[in-house]
Design a protein around this ligand. Structure first.
Ligand SMILES: NC(=O)c1ccc[n+]([C@@H]2O[C@H](COP(=O)([O-])OP(=O)(O)OC[C@H]3O[C@@H](n4cnc5c(N)ncnc54)[C@H](O)[C@@H]3O)[C@@H](O)[C@H]2O)c1
Length: 468
């Protein structure tokens, strides 16, 4: 069977961009992305997409209406498709067994049951979501209970794209991973999916494995990436204590080809929907399989991240004479990283919450995150100024207004707009309360220049002002 119709369940950060790319590259395949969330599907039909990714709109516009469609008719599109991607959310479980660590697989199971209910012809089911090892077994079991003669093959095809560079990652992936059963039917299904990717990805970058290796590789990749961030962040604390400079240390070790330069940027900690949840999931799996030492090894990566965030907000409070109560603190950046409007697990959230506990007044500016999202993440409601403010939080439309009259500025996201060539730090300094404090949680400003301007300036892993 050559795949003619694809249905992707889940029109989120992964489902939307990946399907747009497949539709762009394979105009001969009809690709429909379905979701229960009607507002999200409606937004995908407009030029105001629900996901912000550089270059995404252009790709969507090229294929939309030609062979790329968005729909809420989940059952009909499942029934019609030859290949079904499951790209639904797999958040950390918040209740019952494994709460706070295990992946909540109810959406995955919901999809499997839905497919079992409506599918009447042969299908290839592709796990695109990140899931625990051996999830395919549960999916297969549910599908095998379906009242149909049709046959189903389950593949694992984890997504490695990074938000902010999703379109470039999809265009030129380091690798595409396809896992499947090592049976005739499994191999044939693997080949179908490989053939689709091979339309634009060089064959030597398409890796095929058994199902369990593929599922585990995704969790392992995220654990290794997050581990590098926690490792350099742990060293950043030692740098501050000793007068070493973490950027110099990172550069020096990154030149070692065995280590490499990427993911060695010290910061306020990693965020995003995946790293923490995937490591916790790995930890839970290790415990489940009777490997407590392995579990606690990986747990420490998350613990270090939490500590780094707390260390940053504590530094702000302590530096501002041990109280931020009633003080205006400007928060530059709320997204978990630049070039995305995604705030899930953003370090900004936990740091803002800590500062709010200390009764600071927060003045928040992010180029892409909406006021509604910000209030929701902070567990608060806007009461004034057209949904932009309440007694302790105000959301601003530009960085200068946010910083005006502030006691301190905290740079939380590495948006290019906050770089010294794009943001006038002298102007910010002039309009602030004095002494004017600045805490650069991303090491993107020029620390020396900030100090020359007059700021009491702090960065991550840099010598403290008293050590100069
Ligand atoms: N966001 C990333 O950068 C990224 C990268 C790689 C992998 N992943 C993984 O991909 C998966 C999806 O992540 P995301 O960020 O796109 O999530 P998301 O929350 O943005 O999107 C998931 C969508 O699935 C929909 N959905 C859930 N159950 C459904 C059902 N039964 N029928 C129809 N729609 C349903 C939801 O309404 C939601 O719109 C997760 O497992 C995640 O771990 C995410």
């Amino acid at each position: 069977m050559a795949v003619k119709k694809i249905c992707c369940i889940g029109a989120g950060y992964v489902g939307g961009p990946t399907m747009a790319k497949i539709a762009q590259k394979r105009p001969d395949i009809e690709v429909t992305v379905v979701d229960l969330n009607a507002a999200r599907i409606a937004a995908w039909q407009t030029d105001d997409l629900p996901v912000f990714e550089p270059g995404l709109l252009e790709v969507v516009k090229e294929a939309r209406g030609r062979n790329l469609f968005f729909s809420t008719e989940v059952d009909a599109k499942i029934a019609d498709a030859d290949m079904i991607f499951i790209s639904v959310n797999t958040p950390t479980k918040t209740y019952g067994i494994g709460a706070g660590r295990a992946a909540d697989l109810r959406y995955i199971e919901g999809c499997a049951r839905q497919i079992a209910r409506v599918a009447k012809s042969d299908k290839i089911i592709v796990e695109k979501s990140t899931i625990p090892v051996r999830t395919a077994e549960s999916i297969k079991k549910i599908l095998s209970s379906a009242d149909t003669e049709a046959s189903f093959q389950v593949l694992s095809n984890p997504e490695f794209l990074a938000e902010g560079t999703a379109m470039a990652d999809l265009e030129k992936p380091d690798r595409v991973l396809v896992g499947g059963e090592r049976t005739n039917g499994g191999e044939a299904a693997i080949q179908e999916l490989v053939d689709i990717y091979a339309s634009w990805v060089p064959r030597d970058r398409i890796i095929t494995t058994n199902l369990w290796s593929s599922e585990l590789s995704k969790l392992t990749a995220n654990a290794f990436l997050a581990q590098r961030i926690s490792s350099i962040n742990s060293i950043s604390a030692l740098c501050e204590a000793t007068g070493a400079d973490v950027d110099e240390v990172a550069y020096a070790i990154g030149r070692d080809s065995r280590i490499g330069p990427k993911f060695l940027k010290a910061s306020v900690g990693f965020g995003g929907s995946c790293f923490q949840k995937d490591i916790l999931n790995l930890v839970y799996l290790c415990e489940h399989f009777g490997l407590p030492e392995v579990a606690s090894y990986w747990q420490q990566v998350v613990a270090m991240n939490d500590w780094q965030r707390r260390r940053f907000s504590t530094r702000i409070v302590q530096t501002l004479f041990n109280t931020v109560s009633g003080k205006k603190i400007a928060i530059l950046g709320f997204a978990f990283k630049k070039d995305t409007n995604d705030t899930r697990e953003s370090s900004s959230i936990s740091i803002c919450r800590h500062l709010l506990e200390e009764r600071a007044k927060l003045a928040i500016f992010d180029p892409k995150v909406s006021p509604g999202q910000t209030f929701q993440d902070l567990g608060q409601e806007p009461t004034q100024a057209g949904g932009r403010a309440n007694a302790s939080i105000e959301i601003y439309e530009d960085a200068y207004a946010a910083c005006k009259g502030a006691h301190a500025v905290a740079i939380m996201t590495e948006w290019d707009a906050f770089k010294p060539d794009q943001l006038d730090y002298e102007r910010i300094y002039r309009d602030m309360e004095k002494p004017a404090f600045i805490f650069d949680g991303r090491n993107i400003a020029d620390l020396q220049r900030l100090r020359e301007i007059g700021f009491d300036a702090y960065s991550i892993g840099k010598p403290l002002p008293s050590d100069r």
